[in-house]
Every structure is written in structure tokens, then in C-alpha cells.
Write a protein of this length. Structure first.
Length: 486
């Protein structure tokens, strides 16, 4: 075989290497996504063309065709650069990470196989799904060759309160369906010895296994969006607190409203990450009791595991691997049921209404009608009670407005007890304004009257605390209103 080398002719497009690379690229489907990032469809995977993985693939294909070929990095980069320019001239297509909902069908990327769920049932496909799946570094396949077990077997491995399993089932069903643009956060809390990290790892891995199933707490929005662009289920371990900025970012990630970032620190271009992502948070005392985050969350409090009931992690992992495929297929049957009942009329839906509506439609055959909504409502009720019990500023506001208040924010701030050196306690008039704007819906749900109006000279706040004697009475009395208020 003639050795292929880079020619020194002036017309580089006629050199053997350039022609070889161009011919290989011509056999591959290329396209841009809606952010104008170019992809190449390799088998069932959409591979970013500006990546080391794609460069390595192109090089390996050239060597496979011509084992004696001599390639330079520049030749490969030039070929890819030109191919990217051509790809960006084509219509944009959507790319997905792990799960794709397209119309009334859901596809889950398992690697060699794909699970398809429709309103008619669930099947495993050996040929690529008709969607563009992206697989980042650390992505792991799911072996579907010998499915055994079911979702109940999976739950039996976890230290989950029996009454809370329906909430976990609902959360898993929603994420396995690709969601409907809404993914309530799953917050696992409890003292040491409750297996928070282990449970979070298994829940994440059931749908989206990765080399590193759990991540350290994210530093900022940039870090959060990088993780979200590469992974489907985000699991952050051992959070001790959440800043206001982190809480805001998680809220936007839960409902896909979008996070704007600078593309580079050296220019003014922006990148918008607008997809919703499932998120798991674990921590001993997660400060997630801000109203806007709490009503986008499912909060599970775990109990310590008695020493006699503890199992080796290696044994749990082995058991999980043996039933992974079967439990996932069982979960996808719930997704199929949800698709079959998609669009069914629903009443008295809480915030995250699309999530609750889909999961409620998936209950048939596993739970009684309305059982999930009751469990979700009870979980929200417990969260509201915790907010009122744990937030020192609510006590301060109750004291300052005990006789009713109708005046400016400046005068309200002057009435408050001295600011406390604790997170979330407003220390300026501006931070008080931000706190009220963010938490007014929560206060109303707890029985407060909170309104503001613009008058000629200033904005007037009308605030009256609840008259019920205990927080529990407030929440019980207002429960219906809490659950309907979107």
C-alpha cells in the first residue's frame, strides 16, 4: 500500500490526507443545535465536533482506512474546522442528555440499547433512537441484556421511609419521562448514619449512571451550568447551606427558566442555559427553607440505620447491578401510563403543576387515584411548618407587625428588632425589600396578609400576621389555598 503523506503542493485540497479526511466527514451526518454548536452523528451518539473525542474518532477512522497514513494535528483541525462551517449552514436540531421526550414518545439512552416508552407500552430498541443523544465524559451505559427485578426490589435496598416511597416513585417517574419542563428538587436530609449519599447515588444511577455519581457543592452558576450541560441528573452531596444566589439558580434549573452566563470573561457575549434538570441535594441541615425553593422541592427526612441493619456498600452495589435493568423497565412502565393519560383534566394542582399532573396520570396500576397528590401536599405542608419554625426573621416580622402595619418599608425596617448575624436575616432596607418580594407568597400561605401599593409619594406595605394561635393551625387552615396557589 502506498504511504499517504501530506503533500507540499500549493493546492492542499488535493492532497491525499485532506481528501481522505474530507471523504470520511462526508459520510457523517452533521448539524448545529440551537446554540449553533456543531455536532456529528456517530452511531447513536451526537458528538460535539469541537471536541477531543471527535478529533480522536476522525483520526482513528483515517488510520483504519489507511494504516500507513501520516497525520498532523493541523490537518485534522483544518478538516474539522471546515466541516463545522458546513454543519452550521444546516437546520438546527435538538440534542438530549440521557432522556428525550419527543411528542408522545420517550427515549432513554442506555448505550448499545435504547428504551422507548409510548402510550402503548415499553420496548428495548437495539437500533439507534431517532433523536440526538450527547454523552459526556464519565457517562456510563446500562446493560439491558438480562433484566431482572422491579422497582419495589430497588426500593428495598434503600433506607427510605415507607410513606415517602410514593414521592420518590413520582420524582423518578417524572425524570424518566424527560419531564414536562419541571423537575422539583429532591432534598435528602438527616443526621450522620442515614445513608444520604448512598441513596442519592443509587437514585441518580437508576436513570443516569455516571463514573462520579455525586458531585461536590457547586461554586457558582457557571459551575452549575457546566455540570448541567454534561449530565442529566445532578446530585450534589453534603451541602451545609445554600446562598441566595445558589437558591435562585436551582429554582431556574428546576423549571427551565434559564441562566444567563458570560461566554468568556474577556467579552460581552452571553450563553443561556435554558433546560430544566433533575437535581438531588444531600446535607445534614440544608437551609432550603426559602419559600421559592421549598415549593419547588420534595424533602425527605431519613432516619438513622440501626447497626444490625447496615449492609456493606459493595453488597448493595452488586444487588443494584443485578436488578438495575428490571427496575428501570418497571419505572418506564409508569412513564408509559403517564403518557397514556397525558392531557387528562386535573384540578387543585399546586406549584410545579405540570409535574404533579403527569405523575398523577401515571398512578394507575401502582397506586390509587389521587394518592400521589395527597402525599405531595403533605410534604409541602411539612415544609411550610419547618419554614415557620426555623426562620428567625419570621418571628421578628411577626413582632414588628403584631398590631398590623400600613406604612413605608423604611418605617417597617425601623420597627424590626436589631438585625441578627444569621443567614437570611435582612440587615438593610434593600435586603428587607428583596426578602418580602421573594417570600410574600409563602407568608400568605402561612396565613399572613401581605400587600403593597404605590401612592403619590411612596410605596405602602400592608402587613398583618396570622391570628391562629399556632403555626400548625395556620397551615392546616390554609392548606387548600397553599396547594392551589401557583
Amino acid at each position: 500500500m502506498t504511504k499517504q503523506v501530506i503533500s507540499k503542493n500549493k493546492d492542499q485540497t488535493k492532497t491525499p490526507v485532506a481528501t481522505t479526511l474530507r471523504n470520511i466527514l462526508a459520510t457523517v451526518k452533521t448539524f448545529p443545535d440551537h446554540k449553533n454548536i456543531a455536532y456529528a452523528k456517530i452511531g447513536g451518539q451526537a458528538m460535539p465536533m469541537r471536541s477531543e473525542a471527535f478529533s480522536a474518532w476522525l483520526t482513528s477512522q483515517a488510520i483504519r482506512l489507511y494504516p500507513d497514513i501520516v497525520l498532523s494535528k493541523k490537518a485534522v483541525d483544518d478538516a474539522i474546522y471546515t466541516a463545522i462551517a458546513h454543519a452550521r449552514q444546516k437546520p438546527a436540531e435538538k440534542v438530549y442528555v440521557r432522556v428525550a421526550r419527543v411528542g408522545s414518545k420517550v427515549y432513554l439512552d442506555c448505550g448499545d440499547d435504547y428504551i422507548e416508552a409510548t402510550e402503548d407500552g415499553v420496548q428495548v430498541l437495539s437500533s439507534p433512537a431517532p433523536v440526538n443523544f450527547v454523552r459526556a465524559d464519565g457517562w456510563l451505559p446500562i446493560d439491558m441484556s438480562n433484566p431482572q427485578g422491579n422497582l419495589d426490589d430497588f426500593f428495598s435496598l434503600l433506607n427510605l421511609p415507607t410513606d415517602d416511597r410514593i414521592l420518590i416513585w413520582g420524582w423518578l417517574t417524572n425524570i424518566a419521562s424527560g419531564g414536562s419542563g419541571q423537575f422539583p428538587l429532591l432534598i435528602l436530609s438527616g443526621e450522620q448514619g442515614t445513608a444520604k449519599s448512598t441513596i442519592a447515588g443509587f437514585l441518580s444511577s437508576l436513570v443516569d449512571p455516571k463514573v462520579a455519581g455525586l458531585s461536590s457543592p457547586f461554586k457558582d452558576e457557571q459551575n452549575l451550568c457546566i455540570t448541567a450541560s454534561r449530565e442529566y441528573v445532578l446530585a450534589f452531596d453534603n451541602l451545609s447551606k445554600l446562598t441566595s444566589e445558589a437558591s435562585d439558580a436551582l429554582c431556574r434549573l428546576a423549571d427551565g427558566t434559564g441562566i444567563k452566563l458570560r461566554t468568556l470573561y474577556t467579552n460581552d457575549e452571553q450563553t443561556v442555559f435554558s433546560s430544566a434538570r433533575p437535581v438531588i441535594l444531600t446535607g445534614i441541615t440544608i437551609e432550603a427553607w426559602r419559600g421559592d425553593l421549598a415549593d419547588r422541592s420534595i424533602q425527605i427526612r431519613l432516619e438513622p440505620i440501626p447497626a444490625a441493619s447496615r449492609q456493606r456498600l459493595a453488597d448493595l452495589k452488586e444487588a443494584f447491578e443485578s436488578l438495575h435493568a428490571g427496575a428501570l423497565l418497571d419505572l418506564m412502565e409508569s412513564v408509559s401510563t403517564g403518557l397514556r393519560n397525558l392531557g387528562r383534566p386535573a384540578a387543585n394542582l399546586p406549584r410545579m403543576a405540570d409535574f404533579v399532573a403527569f405523575v398523577s396520570g401515571a398512578e394507575a396500576g401502582r397506586y390509587e387515584a389521587g394518592e400521589f397528590l395527597l402525599a405531595f401536599n403533605a410534604n409541602q405542608k411539612d415544609s411550610l411548618k419547618s419554614i415557620a419554625d426555623d426562620d428567625l426573621f419570621i418571628d421578628a416580622l411577626r413582632y414588628a407587625t403584631r398590631d398590623g402595619f400600613s406604612d413605608t418599608l423604611t418605617n417597617l425596617f425601623a420597627r424590626l428588632p436589631a438585625p441578627k448575624p444569621v443567614a437570611g436575616y435582612p440587615t438593610t432596607r434593600k435586603s428587607l425589600s428583596n426578602w418580602l418580594g421573594r417570600n410574600a407568597p409563602m407568608l400568605r400561605a402561612l396565613g399572613w396578609q401581605v400587600e403593597n401599593e404605590r401612592r403619590t409619594q411612596a410605596r405602602i406595605w400592608n402587613i398583618t400576621p396570622p391570628t391562629a394561635t399556632t403555626v400548625e393551625e395556620i397551615v392546616d387552615a390554609k392548606l387548600g389555598g397553599i396547594l392551589v396557589d401557583a
